[in-house]
Design a protein around this ligand. Structure first.
Ligand SMILES: Nc1ncnc2c1ncn2[C@@H]1O[C@H](COP(=O)(O)OP(=O)(O)OP(=O)(O)O)[C@@H](O)[C@H]1O
Ligand SMILES: [Mg+2]
Length: 256
């Protein structure tokens, strides 16, 4: 097996339902993720996107199959703090300022104070919140809170950024703005991003490739290369080629 990127082989996950009945969330998942790639996991509710992301993040053990990440197991990668994770809601601590929220993973990792301070300042700049470091989460809009979540995930300079529907609670304008901002952040150091969404245009706009999952049980039904030039700006959403990709992916859901 190659030691670059991520290889997912014959991965299956069966949960135990309430009365002990098996619920197959993922069945026989096989695909690779290249280093530095922006990949989306796209599919309808219940198709196993979060399950797959949690298995990659070593927050969940699969029932069978293997994942190799840079030649290591997900557990080794987690222990080396190579993951940054952004969830659907940013889970910020209300009693901590924005700066102290971003600081949390660095405190846990016992990074010296001087370096923490410098990194927080840099991360605030990266996500465009330079003037909000001393505010509390409740003083921020939902989009700004989500940016704090991204800054916190990036604070330890992870190799992999795992994002589970990070913008789905936001309005369309804010979502599109943050999509563009995320690409700007990503273009600076090209971390490998695994982005979960059920929004087709969002997946097309952001990704190098889209892994389309179909439900019951979750399987890979298509992998679509998004061959659109970068840098991508929101005006791209109005171009015919963009619609063509959206239509192509929508078609791959037909009959599912
Ligand atoms: N802890 C659990 N116990 C039992 N079944 C579960 C558990 N977590 C998820 N499932 C089931 O596994 C399947 C996949 O769930 P998962 O949360 O991964 O889907 P998803 O694609 O992330 O959906 P959504 O878009 O709604 O977030 C679903 O059928 C769900 O009911
Ligand atoms: Mg989910």
């Amino acid at each position: 097996m190659s030691s670059a990127g991520i290889q997912i082989r014959d991965l299956s996950m069966t949960y135990n339902g309430k009365s002990g009945e098996p619920i197959t969330a993922l069945q026989n998942i096989n695909f690779d993720i290249r280093e530095g790639e922006f990949i989306s996991l796209l599919g309808p509710s219940g198709c196993g996107k979060t399950t797959l992301l949690r298995i990659i993040a070593d927050l969940l053990k699969p029932s069978s199959g293997d994942i190799s990440i840079l030649g290591k197991t997900p557990r080794e990668i987690r222990l080396q703090q190579k993951y940054g994770i952004v969830f659907q809601s940013p889970v910020l601590y209300d009693w901590r300022t924005v700066r102290r929220n971003i600081c949390m993973p660095m405190e846990i990792m016992k990074i010296p104070k001087k370096e923490r301070t410098a990194r927080i300042t840099k991360m605030l700049e990266v996500v465009g919140l330079e003037d909000f470091g001393y505010k509390y989460p409740f003083e921020l809009s939902g989009g700004m809170q989500q940016r704090v979540g991204i800054a916190r995930a990036l604070a330890l300079d992870p190799d992999f950024l795992l994002m589970d529907e990070p913008f789905s609670a936001l309005d369309e304008f804010t979502r599109e703005k943050l999509n563009e901002d995320l690409l700007n952040i990503w273009s600076k150091d090209k971390k490998t991003v695994i982005f979960v969404t059920h929004n087709i245009p969002e997946a097309v706009f952001l990704s190098d490739r889209v892994v389309v999952l179909s439900p019951h049980p979750g399987r890979v039904s298509a992998i679509v290369d998004i061959d659109l030039p970068r840098p991508r700006k929101n005006a791209l959403r109005e171009e015919a080629i963009f619609y063509e990709y959206v239509a192509k992916i929508r078609k791959s859901f037909e009959g599912v």
